[in-house]
Design a protein around this ligand. Structure first.
Ligand code: C5P
Length: 218
């Protein structure tokens, strides 16, 4: 049983994390949601009322911040922030923070460390391109922007947010994808050796089965 790694990249709301979590369960390997790490840092910055454009302020926070996972939960300075990082105002600001070079360097280093000693499935934007360029399996998971907006909207409604509209969620997603795809460092893109899965008309189960069968069929 040798160690292997699976990279899952794609735009916001395509279902990456949901799928990756399930694949991890089926294959009995660890799942790392790298977006949660950028979200945790963003949450801290906003909570401290630091302007997302205050570069020096952000760098200082970055050096004094501990982010880690324990049993699939994310901890910010030893406090569980699973819930807080999913809030809409975090989503609206995270792409600015994630475009900063020093931020990415620190996160990528942590992510590579996590993948060093064990089999892992990691989801994000730059996993197949930068974090794990030698991953054994690479997937690019996407869906139509309408479908992705609808999924995020339902997620937010289910978590109790009331003051949101579907069209605002859609424009936020388009904006976030634009920033993520056009940033200078490690932009979101499909790498050549990634297998593309369009989840628009597929169930979670179908996508999970596709990935598991590709991995087990090697
Ligand atoms: O995956 P999720 O939507 O939670 O990611 C939140 C944000 O974190 C993304 O929009 C992107 O700006 C950033 N991110 C990134 N690189 C990753 C994962 C997430 O830049 N590997």
């Amino acid at each position: 049983n040798e160690k292997y790694s699976i990279a899952i990249d794609g735009p916001a709301g395509a279902g990456k994390s949901t799928i990756a979590k399930e694949v991890a369960k089926r294959l009995c390997i660890e799942f790392v949601d790298t977006g949660a790490m950028y979200r945790a840092l963003t949450y801290k910055i906003l909570k401290l009322s630091i302007d997302p454009n205050d570069y020096l302020g952000i760098i200082e926070i970055l050096t004094n911040t501990k982010i880690d996972f324990r049993n699939q939960s994310i901890y910010l300075d030893n406090v569980n922030v699973d819930k807080e990082i999913r809030e809409n105002y975090v989503s609206q600001n995270v792409s600015y923070i994630a475009s900063i070079k020093e931020v990415r360097e620190k996160m990528v280093q942590l992510q590579q460390q996590m993948a060093k000693s064990k089999s892992i499935i990691m989801d994000g934007r730059d996993i197949g391109s930068v974090v794990l360029p030698n991953a054994d399996y690479k997937f690019f998971v996407t869906a139509s922007v309408k479908e992705r907006a609808l999924r995020r909207y339902n997620e937010l409604v289910n978590s109790g947010e009331t003051n949101i509209s579907l069209s605002k969620i859609e424009s936020d997603i388009i904006k976030r994808d634009n920033i993520d795809s056009n940033r200078e460092i490690a932009p979101l893109k499909k790498v050549e050796d990634a297998y593309c899965i369009d989840t628009t008309d597929k169930t979670i189960e179908e996508c999970v089965n596709m990935i598991v069968s590709i991995v087990l069929g090697r």
